[in-house]
Structures are given as structure tokens and as C-alpha cells.
Ligand binder design. Structure first.
Ligand SMILES: Nc1ncnc2c1ncn2[C@@H]1O[C@H](COP(=O)(O)OP(=O)(O)O)[C@@H](O)[C@H]1O
Ligand SMILES: [Mg+2]
Length: 352
């Protein structure tokens, strides 16, 4: 294996909202994860430079050009400037001419614009929950004949942001309240879908041209009190003190009959490809009453933290953390088919 010069880039802009210590989604946790990733990459013999990017793009570009990395490990996850910045940074890195891990700008954008991604999947014949609607105004609620329960969430967030107990609604008025709240809190349209009550799976995929599905993970809501809806809310994901966090667990590998596992894997791979995903991803799937799988969302560049989420699924396939990161680097160096490499900043190295 060739030793590489790797630039590990991440979003270092400070969040404006105050963070409680029990919130696992905080900036401190991000820094810890970046350090763990750097350690794992160095254990493979790579030369790793950590490059934070906050508000000085010129300084970032100067550092990149001084470094001339063989590959950029992209961990830029922007909660400060908003969803669009992830795709902008990815585009910028590629325009500088460096190979970059994970998905290209287009896929990162689609990952965040959930309604666009869902309707694209639908157009490609991939099952998405029925009654998927984008609600820009409260009045839009009256245009649809809803079949409740409906789940409502911000249409351009991720990581459980804006997903709460009240997100599952049973009436038109409750739905309107949610749309109003999402507009005022997140300044964006709401995404509404039929609530699917079946089992929920997270499907990890890793690789470039030859992409592999990792052992399925299932979200276990069986310990959750009946009055709390079985959903991966913000609390369930990040707030260690909450009932949601304590009573929601993930089982990996999930106990799934081979035929169902095959269908879930196929649908997930097709969804990842349809949104132009590359390198690694995680597809969220939920079953309906009849046990049919539907794609809730495709996460391009999902969390790569050690021992959880995608890294945990990989481990079940015998792929340890450093090896997972290496597979992701390999996919970056392999490059996407039909991609073009024409640096616009002059002094980036030519592709070998
Ligand atoms: N149509 C749906 N039916 C049932 N549950 C859903 C549906 N959409 C979302 N959820 C629940 O909400 C959670 C978060 O939704 P998701 O679209 O994956 O957003 P996020 O980007 O916050 O992970 C899912 O993990 C799932 O538990
Ligand atoms: Mg999700």
C-alpha cells in the first residue's frame, strides 16, 4: 500500500448556538473524531495533515497548495453556514484538482435537499414513502388529501435536526402547526410523508466502482414507552440524558431473512447510485405494514466516527476502522467515471 499525503479537512467554524454538555452532536465531539481518524490513517503509514476550514477560504487554499496532498479526506460537515456549504466546499476541492473522498458536490447537495432526492428516487423507480410532499406554506397543507399518521421534518436538515416527538401528526391542524414551526425555526420548507410503522434499517455501503453493502443494522424501538413515537429523533441520536436516547438501540448485524435482506440491499444500492453517491454512504430504510422496504433518505458522507454507525457495520464484515478509511481513500483515488480533472488554480499536481 502506497503511503499518501492526506489532507483531512473539516468544518472548524464555531456554532452560534450554545451547546449543552450532554449533546453528542457538539463541535468538541467532531474534533475528537477528527483526531481519531487522523490516528487511524497514520497507522496505515499515511502522512496526515489536519486542515480546519472556518471562515478564511484564502488561508485554506494557501495551505492546500503548500501541502499538495495526494488526496483530500473530506469531513467538512457544515452546521454553521447551512446545507449548501458542504457541496460548495466539495466543488472547490475538486476545482483545485485534488482527489477527494466520499461523494461529489451534486450528491452532497441531494443528500441535504430531501424532497429533491426523494422525487428523483421515485422517478428512478425506487420506492419512497407515499404522500411525499414539500410544504412551503401552511396553506399548502390544504391541497392534499392526507392519510394519517404523517411525519413532518425540515426538508434540508440532517442528523435528526427538527425530528421530535411532535413530528408524527394525526390531524391537518397538527400538521399545519409543524409546518409553521419548521418555517419559523429553520427558515425552510417542511417535508411530509406517510409514517411507515415497520422495521427500520441503516444500510452501509462502501466502495467505488465495486461497491459493497455492509451487514444491515436495525433500529430497535421495542423498549421505548408507547407514547413516544418510534423514530430516530434528535434526542434519540444525540441527547444522552433523554428517554429516547436511553431506550433506542441499534442491532448490528440485524436478524433479517435472506430474501428481505437481499431486497433491502438492492434498493439501497440503487438509491446510492441514483443520487450519484461515491465511496461510502448510509441509506435509511423503513418497512410498511406489509413488510415492503422504502427509502427514507440517502446519506452521502455519513458519520465515519469509530465503532458506531457505518464503522460498526463494517466491523461486522471484518473491516476494521483503518481498513474502512483505506477503502474510502481507494475509491477517491479510483475517481468517478466520467469525471474530469482540470484544476483551475494552476499549481495543483497533474494526475498521474
Ligand atoms: N416516512 C417515514 N416513516 C417512518 N419514519 C420516518 C419516516 N421518515 C422519517 N422517519 C423517521 O425519522 C428519522 C429521521 O428521518 P430521516 O429522513 O432519516 O432524517 P435525518 O436526516 O434526520 O436522519 C428516521 O430515522 C425515521 O426513524
Ligand atoms: Mg436518517
Amino acid at each position: 500500500m502506497k503511503a499518501l499525503k492526506v489532507a483531512l479537512i473539516y468544518n472548524a467554524a464555531a456554532a452560534t448556538t450554545s451547546e449543552s454538555p450532554e449533546d453528542r452532536g457538539s463541535v468538541n465531539d467532531l474534533r475528537t473524531m477528527i483526531r481519531r481518524m487522523a490516528r487511524a490513517l497514520r497507522s496505515l503509514g499515511h502522512n496526515v495533515e489536519i486542515l480546519p476550514l472556518s471562515n478564511d477560504l484564502m488561508a485554506f487554499q494557501r495551505r492546500m497548495h503548500r501541502l499538495q496532498p495526494d488526496a483530500v479526506f473530506n469531513q467538512y460537515d457544515d452546521v454553521v453556514h447551512g446545507a449548501l456549504y458542504e457541496m460548495r466546499v466539495a466543488a472547490l476541492v475538486r476545482m483545485m484538482g485534488y482527489p477527494m473522498t466520499g461523494s461529489p458536490a451534486l450528491a452532497l447537495g441531494l443528500s441535504r435537499y430531501k424532497y429533491m432526492a426523494s422525487t428523483l428516487l421515485q422517478g428512478a423507480g425506487i420506492p419512497i414513502p407515499p404522500d411525499t410532499h414539500l410544504l412551503e406554506r401552511v396553506g399548502d397543507v390544504d391541497r392534499v388529501r392526507w392519510q394519517f399518521p404523517i411525519i413532518v421534518q425540515p426538508s434540508q436538515e440532517h442528523a435528526g435536526i427538527g425530528v421530535e416527538r411532535d413530528s408524527v401528526v394525526n390531524s391537518r391542524n397538527a400538521l399545519k402547526d409543524r409546518v409553521r414551526r419548521i418555517r419559523s425555526t429553520y427558515n425552510q420548507p417542511a417535508l411530509a410523508q406517510r409514517f411507515l410503522p415497520g422495521r427500520e434499517f441503516n444500510v452501509g455501503v462502501v466502495g467505488g466502482r465495486r461497491v459493497r453493502v455492509m451487514p444491515l443494522a436495525e433500529v430497535d424501538y421495542s423498549q421505548l414507552p408507547g407514547e413516544i413515537p418510534p423514530i430516530m429523533s434528535y434526542a434519540a441520536k444525540w441527547l444522552e440524558g433523554s428517554i429516547e436516547y436511553k431506550k433506542t438501540s441499534v442491532i448490528c448485524p440485524a436478524a433479517v431473512e435472506p430474501e428481505l435482506a437481499r431486497r433491502i440491499s438492492m434498493v439501497s444500492l440503487r438509491a446510492f447510485r441514483a443520487v450519484n453517491g461515491w465511496g461510502y454512504g448510509r441509506v435509511d430504510i423503513r418497512l410498511d405494514e406489509a413488510g415492503e422496504p422504502y427509502v427514507l433518505e440517502v446519506n452521502c458522507n455519513p458519520s465515519l466516527d469509530e465503532a458506531v454507525s457505518l464503522a460498526r457495520s463494517a466491523l461486522r464484515a471484518g473491516i476494521n476502522y483503518p481498513r474502512l478509511l483505506q477503502m474510502i481513500l481507494n475509491a477517491a483515488l479510483e475517481g468517478m467515471p466520467f469525471d474530469v480533472d482540470m484544476p483551475m488554480l494552476g499549481n495543483a499536481p497533474a494526475k498521474p
